[in-house]
Design a binder for this molecule. Structure first.
Ligand code: F6R
Length: 358
């Protein structure tokens, strides 16, 4: 018997109309909790991933991530991070596919599962399968300490998001991203990441709770935007780089709770077919952080406008396209490119929530 230390606040709605709204607003505090005790001013603390994690990470040559749904989208963001920051090849697969096919496992591959609940049957089965396949070690990034996934993995990093009661995953996603970026930085340190780069990334992570607070302050504006979606039957989400899985997550949130069909595409794929669907009845939502892909994204947005599409762009003010009748621009705080997926997920959650309420 284990007595829960949860307070009543953690499982009550308080002043919020729905648990989803409460959990969206809990993200700054939840992310700060994920970081607590794991970073100093500008370094990852060595014990963040458990005893002798540095030796294990130095041995690792590849990463395989397995998860479902929203957790899978967090894995897709992490693939960009593992390859660009840590220099480690990374594959990501949905658990219901991974568990039913044959595998060739390269030596010294780290097997990572992501799960809010730690009880998702396919993810658990994939972990059990992986344990027979010769992976170097298994790591679970999970929110429930008593879960099967945590008990059965070699190593764990708890996301510490607190109970997630709303059916649509929100704070579980951004805390998974936080835990993943910590893992990537720790792995990077064991491989190719310089001290200055580590300091830059840790500082960017430490600022993110405050920047998400600023985004939450945009809620009245997003609530007004949501009105444009309620009579629509289809929505398209576009993104490039790490914003492509963020777009996938935005589309999943919208379809799951508003029952409006939503699809995500890498913006550069638009011209290879789906552009044919775009017209004034299909809103197109995208994120435009200030990075080296933004000019390419803007030319994709021109293609949408040429088809009479209506654009809703969450953007860094320094990179935003010009606002016009057919292009609404919502400015978000400027952030380091690495942490942009955390920040840009939040307005998409708010949009899905308000469309559903309306
Ligand atoms: C979407 C959502 C689901 C879960 C998925 C995996 O909002 O909640 O897609 O992300 O069922 O669940 P966990 O993370 O508990 O393994």
């Amino acid at each position: 018997v284990r007595t829960s230390t949860l307070t009543a606040d953690a499982v009550e709605r308080g002043a919020f109309r729905h648990f989803m709204a409460k959990e969206i607003h809990e993200q700054p505090a939840a992310i700060a909790e994920t970081l607590e005790g794991r970073v100093s001013d500008d370094r990852i603390l060595p014990e963040a991933l458990g005893p002798d994690a540095s030796r294990l990470l130095a041995d690792v040559r590849r990463v395989q991530i397995v998860a479902c749904g929203t957790s899978y989208h967090a894995g897709l963001v992490a693939r960009y991070w593992f390859e660009s920051i840590a220099g480690l090849p990374c594959d990501v697969e949905v658990a219901s596919e991974f568990r039913y096919r044959a595998h060739v496992v390269a030596p010294d591959t780290l097997f990572v599962t992501l799960s809010q609940s730690g009880e998702t049957a396919d993810t658990l089965a994939a972990l059990r399968e992986a344990k027979t396949l010769g992976y170097r070690a298994t790591l679970a990034i999970c929110n429930v300490p008593e879960s099967s996934l945590v008990r059965e993995s070699d190593r764990v990093m708890m996301t510490r998001a607190g109970p997630e009661i709303g059916v649509a995953s929100t704070k579980a996603f951004t805390t998974q991203l936080t835990a993943l970026l910590l893992t990537v930085i720790a792995a990077g340190r064991a491989h190719q990441l310089g001290r200055d780069e580590e300091a830059r990334l840790v500082r960017a992570l430490r600022q993110i709770p405050r920047q998400i607070e600023t985004v939450l302050g945009l809620e009245p504006r997003i609530e007004t935007l949501a009105e444009a979606f309620i009579d629509k039957h289809h929505t398209l989400f576009l993104g490039r780089g790490t914003q492509y899985p963020v777009a996938m997550e935005g589309a999943l949130k919208l379809k799951e709770i508003s029952y409006i069909h939503a699809e995500a595409y890498p913006a550069g794929e638009l011209k290879h077919g789906p552009l044919a669907l775009v017209d004034a009845d299909m809103p197109v939502v995208t994120a435009a952080p200030n990075n080296d892909l933004v000019e390419k994204l803007k030319s994709n947005l021109q293609e949408v406008r040429a088809r009479g599409g209506r654009l809703y762009v969450f953007a860094d003010p320094a990179a935003a396209p010009a606002a016009s009748d057919d292009c609404q621009v919502i400015a978000l705080p400027s952030v380091d490119e690495a942490v942009a997926p955390l920040l840009y997920s939040v307005p998409l959650q708010l949009l899905a929530y308000h469309v559903a309420v309306l």
